[in-house]
Design a protein around this ligand. Structure first.
Ligand code: NAD
Length: 366
């Protein structure tokens, strides 16, 4: 099997779906690896690093021609699909639920496609879960970005010139990104509070040293580890519970998502207007519509002295680590799907079944 690694073309993207280290491990397992020229340049990997690992370096067109498995991080786009045919097995994040046109284009090409973001949330799939590996870094980076944008420091500092009180950080959504944000803000010395619709996250937040703001969630459900859309009643109760902390916070990080849906609005314009002058909101759900009513993707908005930053750039901004972890997820996934470097096509097995979106030009998962 020949694996082709394509250079990411999405604006602002610095990652690459394979690292030299993992290329070497795949080659040792019997796979052939072809890397598009300078695919790793923005992740600190040189073509020569991949060559040393045993991979070959080729121009874009050659990768499409020679490789039967094509791997990316971002969804394949129309430009990529011009070079795709029925020989190809595509592996990337496809966001198939919100991207039906892309799935239909793959169908028309007669190709096969796996979506990394459709990974089931079961223990044995944890080491293939790209949402976790990337969101973990996003949680870390959100705190660093917040620290940079704030006009205050995080820790308590007693100096001869006076005492600085620690900053207050509030985190909405205690999933993978939220947990790492709690840990990072705590390490920097902030006083951290957090809230989530799933009550099982209370213990996890507290184990990292955050105070959990509980909201009565009776009647709210979750599915396969993910939150479902909250009722209006819950959203009102949440506002009541968090407002005191929100209005005192120096940094707010929002990470709340509902898979396949618009992100829930957790902070309204009226709430922002009551926040402290100089407070910063980092909205990691901005690409899904944002958790703050006022956030705009990839923009810094200033309202009433509150800086609101809508971003998704976090994993890309630590592209070396993000690429290494994505690559490790890809390695584990390929090893899971194959035997002696050949696909097993065990389509009834849960991980294969959930991630295999199109097989030989037939859509299987919508
Ligand atoms: P996510 O990105 O979908 O959402 C982030 C958080 O926002 C979630 O914790 C969610 O409950 C919360 N949220 C959604 N709506 C909300 C609202 N209205 N108010 C407050 N909070 C709200 O979630 P995620 O980070 O991908 O992880 C979700 C869970 O799945 C975590 O517990 C994680 O540990 C688990 N997980 C398991 C596996 C596995 O077993 N293979 C892999 C990854 C994640």
């Amino acid at each position: 099997m020949k694996i082709g690694i394509l250079k990411e073309t999405q604006k602002g993207e610095n990652r690459v779906s394979l690292s030299p280290n993992i290329a070497k491990q795949l080659i040792e397992k019997g796979f052939e690896v072809i890397i598009e020229e300078s695919a790793g340049a923005n992740s600190s990997y040189k073509d020569s690093d991949f060559k040393e690992a045993g991979a070959s370096i080729e121009k874009r067109g050659v990768v499409f021609k020679e490789a039967n498995v094509l791997i990316k991080i971002n969804p394949f786009d129309e430009e990529d699909l011009k070079l795709v045919d029925e020989r190809h097995i595509l592996i990337s994040q496809l966001y198939h639920k919100s991207n039906p046109e892309l799935i239909e284009s793959i169908e028309k090409k007669g190709a096969t496609a796996f979506s990394m973001d459709a990974m089931p949330r079961i223990s044995r799939a944890q080491d293939m879960d790209v949402l976790s590996s990337q969101n973990n870094l996003a949680g870390y980076k959100a705190v660093i970005l917040g620290a940079y944008e704030m006009t205050k420091i995080f820790p308590l500092m007693m100096t001869a010139a006076g005492t600085i009180t620690p900053s207050k950080v509030l985190i909405f959504g205690v999933g993978v990104a939220g947990l790492q944000a709690i840990a990072t803000a705590k390490r920097l010395g902030a006083v951290v509070e957090a809230t989530d619709i799933r009550s099982e996250t209370k213990e996890q937040a507290e184990s990292l040293g955050a105070k959990f703001i509980s909201v009565d969630n009776e009647g709210e459900t979750s599915e396969g580890g993910y939150a479902k859309e909250a009722s209006e009643d819950y959203m009102n109760k949440q506002k009541e519970a968090v407002n005191k902390s929100l209005f005192q916070a120096d940094l707010v990080i929002t990470t709340a998502n509902i898979p396949g849906r618009k992100a829930p609005t957790l902070i309204t314009k009226e709430q922002v207007e009551q926040m402290k002058n100089g407070a910063v909101i980092i909205d990691l759900a901005a690409a899904q519509g944002g958790n703050c009513e006022l956030s705009k993707l990839n923009e810094k908005v200033l309202v009433n002295g509150v800086k609101i930053i809508g971003t998704t750039i976090a994993p890309e901004s630590v592209s070396t680590n993000a690429s290494e972890l994505y690559a490790k997820n890809i390695y584990n996934f390929l090893v899971h799907l194959t035997e002696d470097a050949k696909f097993k096509w065990d389509v009834d097995e849960e991980i294969t079944n959930d991630t295999l979106i199109v097989k030989d030009g037939v859509i299987r998962n919508t």
